[in-house]
Ligand binder design. Structure first.
Ligand code: SF4
Length: 268
């Protein structure tokens, strides 16, 4: 007899996949929730997932890659991942997900909203079928905030200073978010700094940001400049939304240095 298809929903610790999980809780009772844990997430993310797990009443399976970030960094010759060389998502997110599903037929629920023009990560494996319930129901960003607020879960605490889930050293984060990391988690900022390698003589410059190292970014004048620009962009680009309280802590304005798109795999 053919096996029943599986229903799987990957949580990133971000708002959209969390709202999707809440939205789907009573619609697909045999949903399997999972989280690809890179081991380099913020403590706030783990705490948020614990709260979400309690709400869902079901375990969120933590998928740990067989080998961690540091192992792969070594394999890639110390070359830090970047938007052009994104080995981290392949090794720490996609592979563990595809191994979790194996050869089973699975519907993979993806938290893309109706107001987004993207598909998220679509597995090339033919046994995995993507499903977009938020998009299909016409649910937009304000609806996502509403779902989170109505559930009592709210948004993750890191939204006070950062708009994306993922590794604390993610190269996709904005300059203002690096400053947030420096101020909120100085020990993690120091840890991120240790990954950078600069040897001008040998022409080696492995830094998280192409334009400056974290040591340069952390100089007081530079920090003030980044904050000033961010505040200006926030004041100019502020959104008006039904759930004002949540939007107050979820500023999306970008300044001209902070125009990076988030990772489409890690930041749903
Ligand atoms: S969050 Fe960033 S650094 Fe971490 S796996 Fe995703 S893209 Fe790579």
């Amino acid at each position: 007899m053919d096996k029943k298809p599986r229903h799987v929903l990957g949580l990133s610790g971000g708002k959209d996949s969390s709202a999707l999980a809440i939205y789907m809780r009573d619609r697909v009772p045999d949903m399997e929730y999972f989280f690809c844990d890179t081991g380099k997430e913020l403590q706030e993310t783990y705490e948020y997932l614990d709260r979400l797990q309690a709400f869902l009443g079901k375990a969120i399976t933590r998928l740990n890659p067989a080998r961690d970030f540091d192992h792969w960094l070594d394999s890639y010759g110390g070359y830090l991942p970047s938007s052009r060389m994104r080995w981290c998502t392949r090794m720490l997110k996609i592979k563990p997900f595809e191994e979790f599903v194996g050869d089973d037929h699975a519907f993979s629920y993806i938290g893309i909203r109706a107001d987004e023009d993207r598909d998220g990560y679509i597995s090339s494996k033919p046994n995995i079928t993507p499903v977009y319930p938020l998009k299909e129901a016409g649910l937009r960003e304000a609806d996502v905030f509403q779902i989170l607020e109505d559930s009592g879960i709210g948004v993750p605490k890191y939204y006070e200073w950062r708009t994306r889930s993922g590794c604390f050293f993610c190269f996709f984060q904005r300059k203002s978010e690096w400053v947030g990391l420096l101020e909120r988690h100085p020990e993690l900022f120091e840890e991120a700094k240790k990954y950078e390698k600069i040897d001008e003589e040998k022409g080696i410059r492995y830094t998280w940001n192409q334009s400056e190292s974290l040591s340069e970014l952390a100089l007081p004048d530079r920090v003030n400049e980044i904050k000033r620009k961010h505040e200006k962009a926030m004041a100019e680009g502020r959104k008006v939304a039904p759930s004002e309280k949540l939007f107050q802590i979820f500023g999306q304005a970008l300044d001209d240095e902070d125009d990076t798109e988030p990772c489409m795999i890690c930041n749903l």
